[in-house]
Design a protein around this ligand. Sequence first.
Ligand SMILES: Nc1ncnc2c1ncn2[C@@H]1O[C@H](COP(=O)(O)OP(=O)(O)O)[C@@H](O)[C@H]1O
Ligand SMILES: NC(=O)OP(=O)(O)O
Length: 313
Amino acid sequence: MEKKKVVIALGGNAIQTGDGSEEAQQNAIRKTVALLVEIVKLGCQIVITHGNGPQVGNILLQQKIAGTQGIPPMSLDTCGAMSQGMIGYWIEKELDDALREQGIEKNVASIITRTEVDLNDPAFENPTKPIGPYYSREEATQIMQQTGAKYAEFPGRGWRQVVPSPQPMNIIEHSVIEKLVSLDFIVICAGGGGIPVYKENHKYIGVDAVIDKDLGSEKLAELINADVLLILTDVDHVYLHFHQPNERPLKKVSTAELKRHIEEGHFEKGSMLPKVEAAIKFVESRPDRVAIITSLDKALDALLGQAGTIVEK
Ligand SMILES: Nc1ncnc2c1ncn2[C@@H]1O[C@H](COP(=O)(O)OP(=O)(O)O)[C@@H](O)[C@H]1O
Ligand SMILES: NC(=O)OP(=O)(O)O
């Protein structure tokens, strides 16, 4: 396989499993990096991005509890930076060990990454991005009354805090990331879609929001001139009529066809829809680009064109 630059966006199940403890998350990451090493062995230059919804919500809760003890609570953008540091550290540590075990000499670096957003983005008026743990209706109602935070119901799963999720416009550190990749580094970056910042008088200022990691990963992939955007989640394909008797996996699909399926309402908002939108945007940005949506265990086969949903122009 020729040397492709692949941005790999890791979904929740690549990191957060079990009880969400540090140990459970590191165990999940250990399994994930074993797969990443196989992708490196294929000869790909990889850039790793990851979600942070459960983690950033938990860090925010920890701030609230700390606040009751007189410890100054940190803002949501700073919590986003903490989540990048924490998850980046875990991936870096496990990946570095796994590479050395296989005798592969490559450097790994985590980059704290900021993503520029527009303060006029309508998303600031309509929080939709779920973070942190699930609650019952009663618990969520009580917290909303006590704190003024917004919670929303996710049918079949419960209630979760929701925060604004503006569109990523620019990845501030993209040149540094591209440079490191050109030096053959494996870079972990744009965690949680990047820390949201806006520009005012030539300065970047953090803002309370959480960017969708698939849309942030897409923006990064475009800016660093990647060839492939590989979105790894817990389903092996994107499906039509998902979870219905006539469910059908999409295998090779064009952006035009995917757009039709969006119109038909096949993809759930906040889960599969942003992945599909990211895939379309990436492929349409350069005609030879490919986006893949699949599960962790199908990633290798998908890169070889033999599994997953493969989106081409
Ligand atoms: N049409 C669809 N095809 C496949 N999965 C879908 C579809 N619509 C909604 N989903 C849901 O999207 C989920 C993946 O999104 P999400 O949980 O946000 O992923 P991650 O945390 O891995 O980024 C799947 O587990 C599945 O339940
Ligand atoms: N930031 C983000 O999209 O995180 P999740 O994928 O964990 O929801």
